[in-house]
Structures are given as C-alpha cells and as structure tokens.
Design a protein around this ligand. Structure first.
Ligand code: AHR
Length: 503
C-alpha cells in the first residue's frame, strides 16, 4: 500500500469556491435538446415540454451555469429561426453534426428551461458564418427592454422583461479547422474585438469570453492566445479553454493523470494572459473560462456524424457510456478546476444530457445517472467557502504521457462560517491503495461527518438504464479522525470525499 500525507492549513487560501465552476453545456447536438431536456409528450414533461425527470436530475447534479446553444453548432446557427410562432420556424441543415435542426426549441425555450432548472445562462454568438450585426441583434433580443426591433419582437413573443444575460461567448473553438468559419488567430482576434466592443456599447455590464484553444495539443496553442488577447484584452473578461480526455490504447495510468494536463493548460494560458497584460501595462486580469471539459472517446463510432443524404433530427451522437475510471477522471478534473480557482472563474462540463453527459434519457422512457454524475454532484454540493493550498507528500508512479506523477490528486475547501473542511481525493494508482494521513492541526477538533468513495473492483463497470445505482459512492468506513489527524484508505482507481465538521 502507498502512504501519502497532506497538511491542511487555514492560512493558505487559493481563492473562493466559485459556483460557476459547476457549469455544464447544452448544445443542439444529437439528443441533448430533443428527447434530452425537451420532449413534449414525455410522461414527466411540463406544459413547455421540458422533461421533469431531467430537470430534477439537473438540480441534483448541482449545475450553476449552462452554456448554449453550442459548440460547433453555433458556428452555423441563425438564432432568429428559433423564435416566434413554432409552426413558422424553418427547418435547417446543421453542417457541424450533419443533422436537421427543426428549431422547435430556441432562445425563449432555453431561457424558460434555464429558469425552471435554476441555472444561469451563458449564451454563445455565431462568429463562424455570421458577425457583429447578428450578435448585436441577439443581444438586443435578450437584454434590451424594448423600443427597438428585436427587443419588441421578444415582447411580441410574450416575454415582457429582458433576460439580462450576463455571460456571452464570442463564438466557439475558432482555432479548430473543423469549425464552420474557422479563422486564423489574427482574423478571429479582429472580429472578436470588434464584436465585443459593439456588444458592450449596447450593454456595458456583459462578461465576455473570447475563444482560446480547443486543447493543449492544438498546433497553434499559446500563439493563438497571445494573438487573440493582444487584440481583445481590454474588451473581454475571460479566455476559454477546452479539453477532452480519454483512455488511449489501454494506457489507464496516463488517463488517470489527465488533470496534470489540465493544470498545465491553465498555467500556460494564465501566463500568456499575464504577459500581454504586463506588455500593455494594463491593470485588469483575464481569467479562464474552462467552458468545455470532460472525458470523450472521440474515436468511437457514435462520435462520427451521420454520413450520406440523410439529415436526421436528433440522431444518437456522442452517447458515451462512462465507466468507473471515467468517473474518477471527472472527479480529478474537478479537483484541478478547484485547485486553479484563482484563475479559472467559470467552467462547463460538456455536456449535460445524452451527449458525453452525466445524465442519460430514453425517449419516452426513464432518465438515469452515469458514473460521472456522482463526483460532479458531490463536489458541487459540498465544496464551500475557500479552496486551500495543500502541502502534499505523495508517492509517484510512472506514466507514459506525463512521466512520474503523484498517485494522490487532492484539494480541500474550508467554509469559515460552518467550520467545515472537505477533502476531495483521487487515487490514480491502478494497483495500490493509498493510506492517507491528513494533518489537521490547523483545524483542531474536527470529526468525520461523511466519507464516501467511488470505486469498483472492476473499473470498467458502467451504469445503464436498468442499473445506475451499483456504483454510486459508498460510505468509506476507514475514514477516522484522532489527535487532529484524519486517516483513510483510498482504493486504487478511486475518487473520495471526506467531510469534516466541528466535533
Ligand atoms: O462538446 C462537443 C463538441 O466538442 C463541441 O460542439 C465543440 O465545441 C467541441 O469540439
């Protein structure tokens, strides 16, 4: 068994736990919208056609923000198609996912759904096939009270009060050659700066996200951020980061260490932003919106859009089934997002329902939780107060991708009001358990209120509509506090949460 020790001290604070860390993403892609969040006629659907079982699971997941409507989809989207009388809305081809878009769900439906689920919307504008004017039209529709064409259209459509959406993404993954309207960094920087400037003229209170890189493996990574931020720095608040991870060629050890890449990714983007800031002698800091992250097996057949002449509505696409190891990686990526809370001010698990998602649905049938649901829900529900910088002494194991990596990946939060300390910990080792020893002398008199572990002797175990409970996190009876030291055993390939309260 490995032995690892951690010291937790209230004086070492990284920054606050941000609710926006627990965002997700709804794209018009596959069955995320249609038969995902929206299925009129479903036995749980409300008068708007929103599935009640999905609304319930969304709340249980603890989602804060939802990014919409894409993703690659947004780069060809005409938002006007999705407003007004439903029977007059056109059907369009969605080139990104080779699907047909019926437009029966659009901005107003999304905003009603966001209200019903209690999430903050994060809206994306199309900078692929469109530009400044269409972004302004959408902003006017959403945020201007009235007295102008699109604002009055919204009122005609039955929405008197403006939505006043705060967070806006200036396009999506414009660095990716797969993107409709893909641009060079210089081309994108120009249009993003001008769009941001114009949007702020209409609504100065916006928080704007400029596109960063679609992954740390992108050939333009680094240079893209430098060029884009040099041009847009004054006009935006966030630069986006996207990252997907998967187990490649059976290399489980590297996969379990995916958060090493996420940590480096954030550090590199923050360093570039700070260099631009220093060179320009500016005060404002740009933060990272990690607005797409997850495990995604992109090589699987279901990740390929349908081919040929058929343009189906809501095809089965990207419906990855997640196993225990995938859930452990999701837990570990959340640990990384929390650890980087000083620079990552928003994040979105991509996506929410059916498409690489923690929540799955059967059309006309039940909704169920994937393995990845649990670490997200528990972290969102229990991380509170401030994130602490930990002193970690962990054994290392060799990985093919990242070299030697600590087997223990961990973070802790401290809520000064309640006195609660919560430790989130992943054992990345494929073979060895970890005996964890936490020095709590900075927080005398704590006891274990709850300790749970997600693990399975078979890390390839997956949930299904029939059995989605076998792998729910179980109480970890080994977790104990004595003499201001917490001790627990963490099985191999596991994610754990230990909640400590005043005795
Ligand atoms: O989330 C799936 C896709 O991944 C999104 O549409 C795109 O932005 C990214 O490449």
């Amino acid at each position: 068994m490995h032995a690892a020790s951690v010291t937790v001290d209230p004086a070492f604070v990284v920054g606050p736990v941000r609710r926006r860390t627990f965002g997700t993403f709804v794209e018009h892609l596959g069955r995320c919208v249609y038969t995902g969040i929206f299925e009129p006629g479903h036995e749980t659907a409300d008068a708007d056609g929103f599935r009640g079982d999905v609304l319930e699971l969304t709340r249980e997941l603890g989602v804060s923000t939802v990014r919409y409507p894409g993703g690659n989809f947004v780069s060809g989207y005409r938002w006007e198609d999705g407003v007004g009388p439903v029977d007059r809305r056109p059907r369009r081809l969605d080139l990104a996912w080779h699907s047909a878009e019926p437009n029966t769900f659009g901005v107003d439906e999304f905003m009603r759904w966001a209200q019903a689920s209690g999430v903050e919307p994060m809206m994306a504008v199309n900078l692929g096939t469109r530009g400044i004017q269409e972004a302004l039209d959408l902003l006017e529709y959403c945020n201007v009270p009235g007295g102008a064409f699109w604002a009055d259209k919204r009122r005609e459509n039955g929405v008197e009060e403006p939505y006043r959406i705060k967070m806006w993404c200036l396009g999506n993954e414009m660095d990716g050659p797969w993107q409709i309207g893909h641009k060079t960094a210089a081309e994108y920087a120009r249009v993003a700066a001008e769009t941001a400037r114009a949007m702020r003229m209409m609504d100065p209170d916006l928080e704007l996200v400029v596109c960063g890189s679609s992954g740390s493996q992108m050939p333009t990574f680094g240079e893209w951020e430098r060029t884009v931020l040099t041009e847009t720095y004054e006009h935006v608040d966030y630069v986006s980061a996207h990252a997907y991870y998967w187990e490649e060629d059976g290399d489980l050890a590297s996969f379990l260490a995916s958060s090493v890449d996420m940590d480096h990714f954030v550090a590199a983007v923050a360093a570039t932003a700070d260099q631009v800031r220093a060179a320009r002698k500016l005060d404002k800091k740009i933060h990272v919106s990690f607005d797409e992250w997850n495990v995604w097996y992109q090589h699987r057949a279901e990740s390929r859009p349908p081919a040929g002449d058929d343009w189906p509505v809501a095809p089965v696409l990207l419906e990855d089934r997640y196993n225990v190891a995938d859930a452990v990686v999701v837990g570990s990526l959340l640990i990384s997002l929390l650890r980087n809370t000083d620079r990552v001010h928003a994040a979105s698990l991509a996506q929410l329902v059916n498409v690489i998602a923690p929540i799955m649905t059967e059309p006309e049938g039940p909704a169920w939780r994937q393995t990845t649901f649990h670490p997200f829900a528990l972290t969102s529900a229990n991380a509170a107060g401030e994130v602490l910088r930990l002193a970690v002494d962990s054994p290392v194991e060799e990985t093919r991708k990242f070299g030697e990596v600590p087997v223990l990946d961990t973070v802790a939060t401290h809520d000064a009001e309640t006195g609660e300390v919560v430790i989130f910990a992943v054992n990345r080792s494929v073979t060895e358990a970890i005996g964890l020893d936490v020095d709590l002398r900075g927080f005398p008199g704590l006891r274990v209120a709850e300790a749970v572990t997600l693990a399975n002797p078979d890390h390839t175990w997956q949930a299904s509509a029939e059995d989605s409970t076998s792998v729910a996190p179980r109480p970890n009876a080994s977790a104990k506090v004595a003499d201001d030291r917490a001790r627990a055993e963490l099985p191999p390939v596991s994610w754990s949460m230990i909640r400590l309260v005043r005795a």
